[in-house]
Design a binder for this molecule. Structure first.
Ligand SMILES: Cc1cc2nc3c(=O)[nH]c(=O)nc-3n(C[C@H](O)[C@H](O)[C@H](O)COP(=O)(O)OP(=O)(O)OC[C@H]3O[C@@H](n4cnc5c(N)ncnc54)[C@H](O)[C@@H]3O)c2cc1C
Length: 388
């Protein structure tokens, strides 16, 4: 089976590995370099803490399980000389700043516990034992030991290296421009800026550009960009031990607001820098860095961890989350075009959800039964129809 994957971000890379390991002949094509899209313009959190009970949480739990064993699998597949993916099961601390927030957070954690998430209620004092730099004025927190982190760019490259070791080919600097179709309409490959590529199946994993790529192949899919900015603080001695965020982050993840939203997310990286996020804005592919947005993010982070007032910012960057109208990923076959598949629309959770997504799609494509049903993620679902 020949499979062409459009997009060499974390999703395309994970799909390539899952399919190549099942014996498919895989080609990955990207208009730029490997990991030149959102997967290199994000954070690397692998979270269950921000997900309400439901199908996305189940996908997140499945993916987290796969991330937990990936480091050892990669060592066997590509050797230990490859750069570390910096996987760390560091846990998350979600903080409520006031009493109403504390009640809402406790209710949310109760519902997650019923869905099998390890969510431990903490008093303000207990939270400050885990994170001594938290503000003295917080109301309460919940600790999620299962939350983890990776370096997303290296993880993308490592997944592709593993796919290559299993026979996949990666073609960079080549834009997909159109479809190759049979008389009956079946997609049998694509045209590109460097000639055409034939395939039995084509998977669109083009992140926030997936809607445009689908259109170029004669299909309709609403997946577009939702911009996010991040601040990077200079390396510092370790002072933040978990992923720390405030309750407004969960609301922002689920929200449909077009206007700017900022919520506080703080995490240290393996190199010692600290990332402060994040913003959400539906402003198309406007990549400008707005200092007013950065200022708002910094002010909120300082409220949560006052010592950050004296920390130095070294840079800011931003990316475009692949946004789908109902906030669920789009995984599975196009309802109208035979031979066309999608693995996209993961919005702010594509790193976390990548491995589960890839396993479900690859299993379905080769005729195995996937561990979870793809029905809730079906590209033809009503909530995605007619919104292109
Ligand atoms: C600020 C920010 C913070 C985030 N933090 C997290 C986090 O902590 N945890 C998490 O799980 N997720 C996070 N995300 C979301 C995550 O980054 C994305 O969900 C994920 O990277 C999407 O991966 P992808 O492979 O679908 O897309 P991408 O990485 O964008 O890859 C798509 C690729 O398709 C290529 N392409 C596009 N058009 C064409 C074409 N015509 N022909 C060929 N190639 C094409 C592009 O060049 C690109 O390389 C964050 C996002 C942002 C913006």
């Amino acid at each position: 089976m020949k499979v062409l994957i459009i997009g060499a971000g974390i999703i395309g890379a994970a799909c390539a590995r899952s399919l190549a390991r099942r014996g498919a002949t895989v080609t990955v094509v990207d208009r730029g370099a490997v990991a030149s899209g959102t997967s290199a313009a994000c954070e690397g959190n692998l979270l269950v803490s921000d997900k309400a009970p439901g199908v996305e949480l189940e996908l997140a739990k499945y993916s987290l399980e796969l991330w937990g064993s990936l480091r050892d699998e990669l060592a066997a597949e590509i050797g230990t000389a490859f750069a570390s993916i910096e996987y760390e099961r560091k846990g998350g601390v979600v903080v409520a700043s006031d009493e109403p927030g504390a009640e809402a957070l406790a209710r949310f954690a109760d519902s997650q516990r019923l869905a099998g998430v390890d969510a431990r209620q903490l008093s303000a004092t207990e939270a400050r034992v885990l994170e001594p730099e938290l503000s003295a004025s917080i109301a309460s927190a919940v600790y999620y030991p299962e939350d983890a982190q990776v370096q997303p760019t290296i993880a993308t490259e490592a997944l592709l290296a593993s796919a290559r070791a299993a026979g996949a080919q990666v073609v960079a600097d080549t834009s997909v421009t159109g479809a190759l179709r049979e008389r009956d309409g079946r997609l049998v490959g694509v045209t590109t800026s460097n000639g055409s590529i034939a395939a039995d199946h084509v998977i669109v994993a083009a992140g926030p550009w997936s809607g445009d790529v689908a259109r170029s192949l004669g299909a309709t899919l609403y997946v577009g960009p939702r911009k996010g900015l991040l601040l990077v603080m200079a390396r510092m001695p370790q002072r933040i031990w978990h992923k720390v965020y405030d309750t407004s982050y969960v609301g922002a993840v689920q929200s449909d607001e077009r206007d700017l939203q900022t919520s506080t997310v703080i995490e240290s990286t393996a190199s010692g820098t600290v990332l402060i996020g994040s913003s959400r804005q539906n402003v198309g592919f406007d990549g400008s860095i707005d200092v007013a947005v950065l200022r708002e993010m910094a002010a909120k982070a300082i409220r949560l961890m006052p010592f950050l007032r004296d920390a130095s910012v070294i840079r800011a960057y931003g990316g475009f989350r692949p946004f789908s109208r109902d906030h669920l990923p789009v995984i599975g076959p196009d309802p109208d075009v035979a031979g066309l598949w999608y693995a996209t629309g993961h919005e702010g959770a594509g790193i976390g959800l990548a491995l589960g997504t890839a396993e479900l799609l690859a299993a379905t494509l080769v005729g195995e039964s996937p561990r979870l049903s793809l029905d809730p993620f079906a590209p033809g679902r009503a909530s995605l129809r007619g919104t292109a």
